[in-house]
Write a protein that binds this ligand. Structure first.
Ligand code: SOE
Length: 378
């Protein structure tokens, strides 16, 4: 009989659903060393919570997250709640000796991120960040190609993350518009992903220079209650220099009309280039200088073959997979880490390093200057 681990999830919205689906799918497609039990779901709105728990098959529903910490039978705490709750929940979970999975960005700021990392390390629990785009097979393949030296020395990393749900000034205010609950806006929500991918694929940042903008500074509150101030960015762009000499350019905006969830990376190296577009996530564009010059050009590598990362577990060759599969791959990695008592990546240190870049960009935008990044941060 396999050991069974009990999960307690805090958050029942979009990410709560994505994570729950992954817990359900992972044992169906991967040979995981332990069983997962969807033990307790926690959310503030009781009616929505009960519906969520019932739909995804969580055994219990609880409105107070502290109860999850008190329950000794719960082994893993999944934090899919707003950003201001990440630190208190993670610290309580670490203190209670529970493994932790946390949504991005890790925290409201670097100070909180450090506390989270240190408390998880001290408790000796496995900690992991939900930087799910690392687990797109095409991104994992890009990482392999880079490590094999296929594109040589990297000169450029250009990343954009576009959405358009805030172009409408009448879009109501949410927790994401309040710096107290969210830390930042498009920056922490979307740049967090491309900053993490840049660290994953290129390496550490040494300096950044950013610009932030809130195009709509007031948004409707609940009907009849007027407007509230928006205290987070609608868009953040920045330039960066990496430790290995590469240059980076980053754009995260919720004002890119027509773009719903558009994430594109371009990586140019001395021997070749890679381009990834989330809207075509089963493909990787690859240019290689090593090919016969007569036939050189970008080619589309279909990432649907069993010899490519993660694909073997899914469908026969040529059958595409989707966004939700990235969370399944991530949960598989977490479970293997817990079973082998071995820290997996991306962990809270990756969350902390990402937060350091995010905070440095905000400082640089505020002070209109380049901000350097301390390399060894523990
Ligand atoms: C909202 O902007 C959001 O759901 C992010 O929070 C996710 O991390 C991203 O994957 C999709 O967009």
């Amino acid at each position: 009989m396999k050991e069974e681990l009990n999960i307690g999830i805090i958050g029942t919205q979009f990410m709560g659903k994505a994570h729950s689906n992954a817990y359900r799918q992972v044992p169906r497609f991967f040979n995981i060393p332990i069983n997962l039990h969807l033990h307790t779901a926690c959310g503030r709105n009781k009616a929505a919570l009960d519906q969520f728990a019932q739909k995804f098959g969580w055994d219990r529903a609880e409105t107070d997250w502290e109860k999850i910490m008190e329950d000794e039978t719960i082994n893993i705490v999944d934090i899919a709640a707003p950003n201001d709750l990440h630190m208190p929940i993670a610290k309580a979970a670490a203190k209670a000796g529970k493994h932790i999975l946390c949504e991005k960005p890790i925290a409201l700021n670097l100070i909180e991120a450090k506390e989270m990392y240190q408390s998880a390390q001290k408790a000796g629990v496995i900690h992991m960040m939900v930087f799910n785009y690392r687990f797109v097979p095409a991104i994992a393949l890009a990482k392999q190609l880079i490590e094999e030296g296929k594109i040589g020395k990297i000169h450029h990393f250009n990343g954009v993350y576009y959405q358009d749900w805030l172009v409408d000034p009448n879009f109501p205010i949410t927790w994401r518009h309040d710096a107290k609950t969210s830390g930042s806006g498009a920056h922490g929500d979307m740049n967090a992903h491309i900053v993490d991918l840049a660290r994953f694929l290129v390496g550490e940042f040494i300096s950044v220079n950013g610009l932030q903008k809130t195009f709509v500074t007031e948004r409707p509150l609940a009907p009849g209650e007027g407007k509230g101030a928006v205290t987070t960015d609608d868009a953040t762009t920045f330039q960066a220099e990496f430790e290995n000499g590469a240059l980076g350019s980053f754009i995260a905006t919720r004002f890119a009309n027509g773009r719903k969830n558009f994430l594109r990376l371009e990586i140019f190296g001395s021997k070749g280039s890679l381009v990834f577009n989330l809207e075509r996530m089963n493909e990787l564009q690859y240019f290689s200088l090593e090919e016969d010059p007569k036939c050189q050009g970008f080619r589309t590598v279909l990432v649907t073959e069993s010899r490519q990362p993660y694909i073997d577990a899914w469908w026969p060759p040529g059958h595409i997979i989707g966004w939700e599969h990235t969370f399944v791959h991530l949960v598989k990695t977490l479970v293997e880490g817990i079973a082998g008592n071995k820290q997996v990546r991306p962990d809270f240190y990756d969350g902390l390093k990402c937060q350091q870049v995010l905070d440095a960009v905000m400082e640089s935008a505020r002070e209109r200057k380049w901000t350097d990044i301390e390399l060894d941060l523990k």
